[in-house]
Design a protein around this ligand. Structure first.
Ligand SMILES: [Zn+2]
Ligand SMILES: [Zn+2]
Length: 241
């Protein structure tokens, strides 16, 4: 239990680090982030399809909960929030009202709760799954913190508020992990099913479009790099067992 809360805290710190990059670092320092997005997308989809979905055997209608997770993120990130996408926020005209920035923060908060749920539920099922899901979450956390920091700056908030927004996302991740440890063992499958849907949405519908928008074969190939990294770490964890 201590291990997965510690890893959730590390993931949370990455949200803050991402917000820090957007408020402080030189523009050139941001380039590697798009490779994190691509690597994260490949890793997350592989982890969701190969390791999360097969674990849900004790949940009746498991794919219903996957669907709820998937559309839950769509609901909060793209209908409740009028303007949201991963990556640097360059559409200041879409964020003229500060409330639009706050709604994007709210939308992203819902998904970050499930980042923590995925880590904790993974550990409760099998520590190896927990480690894989921690990596899946960690890989997209710095771009996530960067995204929220960028949104807050574009909608007119201060650097301090942008950093605070990154910290808040991290806090929600820890809350998601702590909350999951309170769930009875036999219900963890539901948490895992919903967070599988969230993971698939974030990877396939938030991160991949960002990869495709940026374009270029190097970035597109990096998605497969994420799958290869997943396969290698999965094999390593299996061997250690
Ligand atoms: Zn935008
Ligand atoms: Zn996330």
């Amino acid at each position: 239990m201590v291990a997965h809360l510690a890893l959730a805290a590390v993931a949370a710190a990455a949200d803050l680090a991402g917000a820090f990059i957007v408020t402080a670092a030189h523009k050139r320092g941001r380039a590697p982030l798009r490779f994190c997005v691509a690597l994260g997308a490949g890793f997350m989809l592989a982890a969701a399809f190969v390791r999360m979905l097969p674990e849900m055997t004790n949940v009746p209608n498991p794919f219903l909960y996957v669907l709820i997770g998937y559309f839950g993120v769509h609901l909060f990130e793209h209908t409740v929030a009028p303007h949201f996408h991963f990556g640097e926020e360059v559409h200041a005209d879409a964020l003229l009202r500060p409330s639009v920035g706050l709604l994007a923060l709210l939308g992203l908060s819902v998904h970050t709760v499930f980042d923590g749920v995925a880590i904790a539920a993974g550990f409760m099922v099998d520590p190896r799954l927990g480690v894989l899901l921690f990596i899946a979450v960690f890989l997209h956390k710095i771009p996530e913190g960067f995204t929220v920091g960028s949104i807050m700056l574009a909608s007119g908030y201060s650097r301090g508020t942008a950093l605070g927004a990154g910290a808040l996302l991290g806090l929600f991740t820890v809350i998601g992990a702590v909350g999951t440890t309170l769930i009875a063992e036999q219900h963890v499958g539901y948490a895992l099913a919903i967070s599988a849907g969230v993971t698939i949405y974030v990877a396939a519908s938030d991160l991949i479009p960002e990869v495709n928008r940026e374009g270029g074969p190097a970035l597109a190939w990096t998605v497969f790099g994420g799958v290869v990294v997943f396969w290698f770490i999965d094999w390593l964890l299996h061997d250690l067992h």
